[in-house]
Ligand binder design. Structure first.
Ligand code: DGL
Length: 271
C-alpha cells in the first residue's frame, strides 16, 4: 500500500515558487502543499522574532495537514526560525535556505562575489556563520535591494522599477569585479533573466533552488507515492489568491489548486 506522505513548503510570498518549480520536477508523484504568507510579505524588513512566530504557526498548520517534511523556502524565515523549528519538532525533517556563499567562494576567479538578500537575512546568525565558514579568503559585497521583493510580488518581473533597483545594487558590485552573484532571497530567481541581462553572461548567478530541492528529496522520510494516481499540488495564500495565481501560472506548469488562508485575531491560521 503506497504511503501518500505530503511535502509542506512555505515562504513569505511568491518566492517559494522558485523552489516549488524545481521540487515538483524532482518529486513527480507526491502531494505538495505550499503556503505563501502574502498577508505579511515582505518578511525581510520585520524583526526576526516576528518572522519566527509566523514560521512556527505555518509549520504547525502544515504538520496538521500530514506533511512529513517541511521546506522553509525563504532565506529570511530560515534565518529567523530554522534552528528553533528543528529543535521544536525533532522528528520532522526540515530543509532550509542559506545564501550559497560556499559554491561562490569555491568557484570565484576574481576573488570577489556579490550577495543580494533581505536585511533580516544579513542580520541572522545563519548568514554570519556561512561567511565565517566559507568566505575567509574572498571579498563578499552585500546589498539588500530595497523594494525588489515588492516589485516581484506585484508581478513586475521586467518592470522599469525592478531594473532600476537591480542596477543600483549590481552596478557598484560589477565595478568592484564580482564574477558571481548569490541570490540570497527566494524571490530573486524569478527575475534571473533581468539580473543576467544587467550582469552580462560572464557573471555567474547562483540560484540555490536546485540544490535545495535535491536535498529535500534526499531527506524525505520514505513513502512511495502511487504513480497511477494524479498527485495534488495546493498553494494557499494569506493574501490575494488572484495575485498568487498569476505568478504560479507563469512558473508552474502542473495543475495547482489555489486556496485562501487567513490569520485570525490570535495569530493562528484558519481554516
Ligand atoms: N523570499 C524571502 C527570502 O528568501 C523573503 C522575502 C521577503 O519577504 O522579504 O528571504
Amino acid at each position: 500500500m503506497p504511503d501518500q506522505k505530503k511535502i509542506g513548503i512555505f515562504d513569505s510570498g511568491v518566492g517559494g515558487i522558485s523552489v516549488l518549480r524545481v521540487l515538483l520536477k524532482e518529486l513527480p508523484a507526491h502531494d505538495v502543499i505550499f503556503v505563501a504568507d502574502q498577508a505579511h510579505v515582505p518578511y525581510g524588513r520585520r524583526p526576526l522574532e516576528e518572522v519566527q512566530t509566523f514560521s512556527f504557526e505555518i509549520t504547525r498548520w502544515l504538520l496538521d495537514r500530514d506533511c512529513a517534511e517541511i521546506i522553509v523556502a525563504c532565506n529570511t524565515a530560515s534565518a529567523a526560525a530554522l534552528h528553533e523549528l528543528r529543535a521544536a519538532f525533532p522528528q520532522v525533517p526540515f530543509v532550509g535556505m542559506e545564501p550559497a556563499v560556499k559554491p561562490a567562494a569555491e568557484q570565484t576567479r576574481t576573488g570577489t562575489v556579490g550577495v543580494i538578500a533581505t536585511p533580516a537575512t544579513f542580520q541572522g546568525a545563519l548568514y554570519a556563520s556561512v561567511i565565517e565558514r566559507f568566505a575567509n579568503h574572498v571579498t563578499v559585497l552585500e546589498n539588500t535591494c530595497p523594494g525588489l521583493v515588492e516589485e516581484i510580488e506585484a508581478g513586475h518581473l521586467r518592470g522599469a522599477e525592478t531594473r532600476r533597483i537591480l542596477e543600483t545594487a549590481l552596478h557598484p558590485m560589477l565595478k568592484k569585479g564580482i564574477d558571481t552573484v548569490v541570490l540570497g532571497c527566494t524571490h530573486f530567481p524569478l527575475v534571473i533573466p533581468l539580473i543576467q541581462e544587467i550582469t552580462g553572461p560572464q557573471v555567474r548567478v547562483i540560484d540555490p533552488a536546485p540544490a535545495v530541492a535535491r536535498q529535500a528529496v534526499r531527506v524525505f522520510p520514505g513513502g512511495n507515492a502511487d504513480l497511477k494516481r494524479k498527485r495534488r499540488v495546493e498553494a494557499f495564500t494569506t493574501g490575494d489568491p488572484e495575485r498568487l495565481r498569476t505568478l504560479v501560472s507563469l512558473f508552474i506548469k502542473e495543475e495547482t489548486i489555489i486556496r485562501p488562508l487567513a490569520w485570525d485575531a490570535a495569530n493562528h491560521l484558519e481554516p
